[in-house]
Design a protein around this ligand. Structure first.
Ligand SMILES: Nc1ncnc2c1ncn2[C@@H]1O[C@H](COP(=O)(O)OP(=O)(O)OP(=O)(O)O)[C@@H](O)[C@H]1O
Ligand SMILES: [Mg+2]
Length: 323
């Protein structure tokens, strides 16, 4: 459809640290938009935002922040089209982000959507997301870290680099930790190639805060801090129903109520991981349903049989056995 390539510096394949930040818009490109709606229409970005709203349960503050960032980018584009200096004065706004929240609160999912939004608005060439953890960046031996980190950065260029549990990069207890080397390379690229790479750091809030205190250089390069709240039980139930629907299953009579009780217990138990725990619970329920059907070898199984989770598929969970 629309090639979302506006004259945002760095949004061309040749972008590099050396690219002049004030390259003029090529004539006849979509970089002529003068209204918000023109930018929206040309970029089709609203489709991604609406999908995000529709597909993801809850997360109201997160969705609002994403809309705010999108608005900033749209205004930035209009400013660029008028030849005004962009917000940061140096090749557009800084878009590095930090997503904090407990496990399973949707950080990876939202990061993927963010990558699409950046792409549609022309702030990223490719729109892809490369998700990594410490082990993908840091080597075991001297001399291994720089090539590893650079290889990952190369893959992520033109898109989003998502670093999960980013604080593991920094191990103060270990004097000669190679993580520091990865951080230094990252810092350089976040600064010098920020028109061609957006970095999103993710992890628990408290650990991330400590990490930033020890690495103020990183913290100062991150413009957007977004906090992902835990889901309320009613949201988890809704998430579960969406997931089931997506897998072509449904709750049978009374199963929804049992799942609600399941969630109330599961939340209180150790290692609860929000939507991820919901998915795991449903996966196990599907296993039990399969065993239940399997045991009835001669019965003709209807579509309803095959697609319905019964209360016992959940009640057999350990969650109900513990008191
Ligand atoms: N708000 C939501 N609505 C529907 N599904 C969701 C929502 N949040 C998360 N999920 C689903 O829950 C699962 C876990 O989400 P995701 O991987 O994005 O969480 P995360 O915060 O990255 O977790 P982790 O910290 O464990 O990596 C995914 O299958 C995702 O699709
Ligand atoms: Mg994740």
């Amino acid at each position: 459809m629309n090639a979302p390539l506006y004259a945002i510096p760095g949004s061309t394949p040749a972008a590099s640290a050396a690219t002049a930040p004030d390259a003029a818009a090529p004539a006849g490109s979509p970089a002529t938009a003068r209204t918000v709606n023109e930018v929206l229409a040309q970029s089709q970005v609203m489709a991604v935002i609406e999908e995000l709203d529709r597909d993801l349960v809850g997360l109201a503050p997160v969705k609002q922040r994403i809309r705010d960032i999108a608005a900033l980018l749209v205004v930035d584009k209009l400013r660029a089209n008028l030849g005004l200096p962009t917000s940061s004065g140096q090749g557009g706004p800084s878009l590095h982000m930090c997503f904090t929240g407990n496990p399973g609160t949707g950080k990876t999912t939202v990061a993927l959507r963010m990558a699409q939004i950046l792409h549609r608005l022309g702030y990223s060439r490719k729109g892809h997301l490369v998700a990594v953890t410490r082990d993908d960046l840091v080597g075991q031996y001297i001399g291994h870290t720089a090539p590893k980190t650079k290889e990952v950065l190369k893959k992520a260029m033109g898109g989003v680099l998502f670093i999960d549990e980013a604080y593991y990069l920094y191990r103060p207890e270990n004097e000669r930790d190679y993580g520091q080397e990865a951080i230094e390379i990252l810092l350089q690229v976040m600064e010098n190639q920020r028109d061609d790479l957006v970095v999103i750091l993710a992890g628990y809030k408290d650990r991330m805060d400590t990490f930033f205190q020890s690495n103020p250089g990183l913290s100062s390069r991150i413009a957007h801090h977004i906090d992902f709240p835990d889901y309320a039980p009613a949201e988890l139930l809704q998430i579960g129903e969406r997931m089931l629907h997506g897998m072509n299953y449904r709750f049978g009579d009374g199963t929804r109520e049992v799942f609600d009780r399941y969630l109330a217990r599961r939340i209180a138990q150790p290692h609860f991981a929000n939507a991820r725990s919901v998915r795991n619970a449903l996966d196990r329920a599907r296993l039990r349903q399969a065993s239940r059907l399997f045991a009835d070898g001669d019965r003709v199984l209807t579509e309803t049989d095959l697609c319905t989770l019964a209360p016992q598929d959940l009640l057999a969970s350990r969650v109900f056995q513990r008191t």
